[in-house]
Design a protein around this ligand. Structure first.
Ligand SMILES: Cc1cc2nc3c(=O)[nH]c(=O)nc-3n(C[C@H](O)[C@H](O)[C@H](O)COP(=O)(O)OP(=O)(O)OC[C@H]3O[C@@H](n4cnc5c(N)ncnc54)[C@H](O)[C@@H]3O)c2cc1C
Ligand SMILES: NC(=O)c1ccc[n+]([C@@H]2O[C@H](COP(=O)([O-])OP(=O)(O)OC[C@H]3O[C@@H](n4cnc5c(N)ncnc54)[C@H](OP(=O)(O)O)[C@@H]3O)[C@@H](O)[C@H]2O)c1
Length: 310
């Protein structure tokens, strides 16, 4: 596309500016987006859309995209959970609900196995402070803290950038003076993928009811003995950390990220019965222990989940 046409498309389609950018490493970033309009009221755990035009450049060394010319002028949009820095730079507990920007935690998908090139992240990773993009005006999602009571045990269990909504939820739980234990476990490939680790260490030192459990599956010392989130529950290590048994009557579990970790049971349309996926996910581990996952908006259990892809 001609540069004048691109400038016009940007003017028409974009409604937000990159306010801040923190690259944890080449493939992982925290990005703060400031929408032109005031941010609508929202809840910790929810998500919105980010978008860039197909006319924008892609990061080199990412999967090649084959795009018909007719698609060149289209806007690509994807969902992103709202994250939080948790603490302010001063070290005080932050309040995301009052900032003029939204923080996101995004991993670069360099390639896919489907043969279809990832459309958005290779473009998002070209952004710099001050650049323009699309940010959804609607913030939505039933993945939130509505059902949690102040003395409940809260388990925030994520893989990779699935930690994003949990950071915002943690901030709000602490702001509300949550009294029950809060466990935040995050499973990543490599330690360098634990982008918020230093913050969690600070928060743990200050709040005795907060426990962060980082798991890295592909570090050389873990070769042949990967520990997934399911394993931390099965082994009883998670309960040891909080010093009490998991009681389904007073515990809410939040699962976010890789669908294989979550393991959503599938409903058989004819029989109405549910069956678990072949590989055991956290839902199966916990339902065997008296927990129950949400089966829709009107049938809520004590396990809530957000799958990042299907
Ligand atoms: C409700 C919701 C919230 C989301 N929040 C986030 C978020 O906070 N941060 C984030 O990085 N992504 C998030 N995602 C995923 C995001 O929407 C995009 O799919 C992702 O950024 C890749 O976009 P893409 O166009 O580059 O590739 P796509 O074509 O969308 O994805 C290609 C493949 O990449 C893999 N993939 C996608 N997202 C991830 C991921 N996060 N981690 C590991 N592998 C992945 C999957 O195998 C997927 O099939 C969320 C998805 C949903 C549905
Ligand atoms: N992280 C990186 O440095 C890196 C580098 C290059 C490209 N990428 C790309 O970035 C994208 C995201 O990668 P990601 O590492 O953030 O997310 P991810 O692939 O979902 O992995 C996150 C964590 O989930 C674990 N996991 C996988 N299957 C599981 C299961 N059945 N149950 C429980 N846990 C499970 C992974 O362990 P395993 O070790 O078993 O996978 C890993 O520890 C991918 O497209 C990837 O190709 C990432």
């Amino acid at each position: 596309m001609e540069s004048e046409a691109i400038a016009q498309m940007r003017q028409e389609k974009y409604n937000a500016t990159v306010h801040g950018l923190n690259k944890v490493h080449s493939d992982l970033m925290m990005i703060r987006i400031r929408p032109d309009k005031p941010i609508i009221p929202h809840k910790a755990g929810q998500y919105t859309l980010l978008g860039l035009g197909n006319w924008e450049p892609r990061l080199p060394e990412t999967m090649e995209e084959v795009l018909p010319d007719t698609d060149r002028s289209k806007l690509v949009r994807r969902s992103y959970s709202i994250s939080a820095a948790i603490l302010e730079e001063s070290g005080a507990l932050g309040n995301n609900l009052e900032t003029p920007y939204l923080e996101f935690y995004i991993v670069l998908v360099r390639e896919t196995s489907s043969g279809k090139a990832p459309a958005l992240t290779p473009r998002l990773f070209m952004l710099r402070e001050g650049d323009r993009l699309f940010c959804g005006e609607k913030i939505t999602g039933a993945y939130n803290l509505d059902l949690v009571k102040p003395t409940d045990t809260v388990l925030l269990l994520g893989t990779g950038t699935g930690e994003a909504p949990h950071n915002f939820m943690l901030q709000q739980l602490l702001r509300n003076g949550h009294q029950g234990p809060i466990v935040n476990a995050c499973c990543v490939r490599l330690k360098k993928d634990l982008g918020y680790l230093p913050t969690h260490e600070k928060v743990m030192a200050r709040y005795p009811n907060y426990h962060y459990i980082p798991l890295a599956t592909r570090e050389p010392e873990n070769a042949g003995k990967k520990v997934y989130i399911q394993d931390v529950i099965r082994s009883g290590d998670l309960e040891k950390r909080i010093g009490r048994e998991l009681d389904p009557a007073s515990t809410h579990v939040f699962l976010c990220g890789n669908p294989a970790m979550i393991g959503v049971p599938e409903k058989n349309r004819e029989t109405g019965e549910y069956s678990y996926p072949k590989t055991e996910g956290v839902i199966e581990v916990l339902e065997k222990r008296g927990f129950r996952a949400d089966r829709g908006h009107h049938d809520r259990g004590n396990i809530h989940f957000e799958e990042y892809w299907s």
